[in-house]
Design a protein around this ligand. Structure first.
Ligand code: SAM
Length: 307
């Protein structure tokens, strides 16, 4: 294949951070290995597969691809193929020593628990694996509880916004990636989910990371205001299809001047501003997290609770 210049999203990082960031992107399946990373002044440009937080556009030279390997996402030791192709799955498994299983999703993300059903195409017949993210470890089971490695940059962004000693509520915690990440700066994190399998894994992940300040709650987030919790400094709402309906609950549990992070799937900028304005007059900053499908994207609204 002839090398050509192509424009792609990338992260611009300092040289001393480049290797660590490259490894993280690789682990999360976000490093775009079709292009060669390159230097620009004192910075290194790392091509990424999509428009993640902080990404910018640059041109890159393509690297020759192994045409026989199928496109896939990586979650720990599991590769998720886009095609139901057992032969390609076997080739992929053989080419990557870090993989133990190759799956094909038989359904989209669905239901209240936001899970998918998978067929095992190659390797160990399991949907369980361990993911490493910024030095934290998460045991996940892709068939029984939601997990997306693609939000790791977002978790770090919120961690970066936090003051030491905050009280945080994660209303839709899943296996705990936001809760356990934010626990690094928080005094206390309450992490709720109504999926028992997610809470089971969350408890394992709290133990795995020796996190002493996350309280798991097997609960419908709608019930949380009734148990008399003191107001939180920060509330995370990561349930993109339904979270806007829970905004009154989040507002009731957030202190004046605190912050609510609302993740939503939208088709036009500011789509959820009317929902937000119904609960607060505070400052709102909206940003696009990643594209979901043509004309639809995941957005996050950072909302200040006021009034
Ligand atoms: N925050 C986690 C993450 O980033 O991996 C999980 C996000 S997942 C998109 C949404 C989670 O909300 C699922 O684990 C689902 O079980 C949970 N959920 C759905 N409805 C809920 C409700 N009413 N109360 C609490 N949790 C709920």
């Amino acid at each position: 294949m002839v090398d050509v210049d192509a424009e792609q999203w990338c992260l611009v990082v300092e040289k001393r951070e480049a290797e660590q960031t490259r490894r993280r992107l690789l682990e999360e399946g976000l490093l775009d290995r079709r292009y060669k990373p390159r230097s620009e002044g004192d910075a290194v440009l790392l091509p990424v597969t999509e428009e993640i937080a902080g990404a910018t556009r640059r041109t890159f030279v393509t690297v020759p691809q192994r045409a026989d390997l199928p496109r896939h996402d990586l979650v720990g030791g599991i590769a998720i193929l886009q095609e139901d192709d057992p032969e390609a799955a076997k080739r992929l498994l053989a080419s990557r020593p870090s993989l133990h299983t190759v799956l094909f999703p038989e359904t989209p993300v669905e239901g209240e628990y936001r899970t998918r059903r998978f067929a095992v195409l190659a390797g160990t017949p399991t949907t369980r694996t361990r993911v490493t993210e910024y030095g934290l470890r998460f045991d996940v089971d892709l068939a029984h509880a939601y997990f997306s490695a693609r939000l790791s940059t977002e978790r770090q962004r919120i961690l970066g916004m936090m003051e030491e000693g905050e009280r945080v509520l994660d209303m839709f915690a899943g296996v705990g990636p936001f809760a356990i990440t934010l626990a690094r700066r928080a005094e206390l994190v309450v992490a709720a989910d109504l999926n028992p399998a997610a809470i089971h894994l969350l408890i394992q992940n709290i133990a795995l990371n020796r996190t002493g300040n996350v309280i798991p709650a097997l609960a419908d987030a709608a019930h949380l205001p009734r148990i008399g919790l003191a107001p939180f400094d920060r509330v995370v709402m990561n349930l993109p299809l339904a979270a806007p309906a829970f905004l009154p609950v989040a507002a009731a549990l957030c202190r004046e001047g605190g912050t609510i992070h609302l993740y939503a799937l939208e088709e036009r900028e500011g789509e959820y501003l009317p929902h937000i304005r119904a609960v607060t007059v505070g400052n709102v900053v909206e940003r696009q997290v990643r594209t979901y499908s043509p004309g639809k994207w995941h957005a996050v609204y950072d909302i200040e609770k006021e009034g």
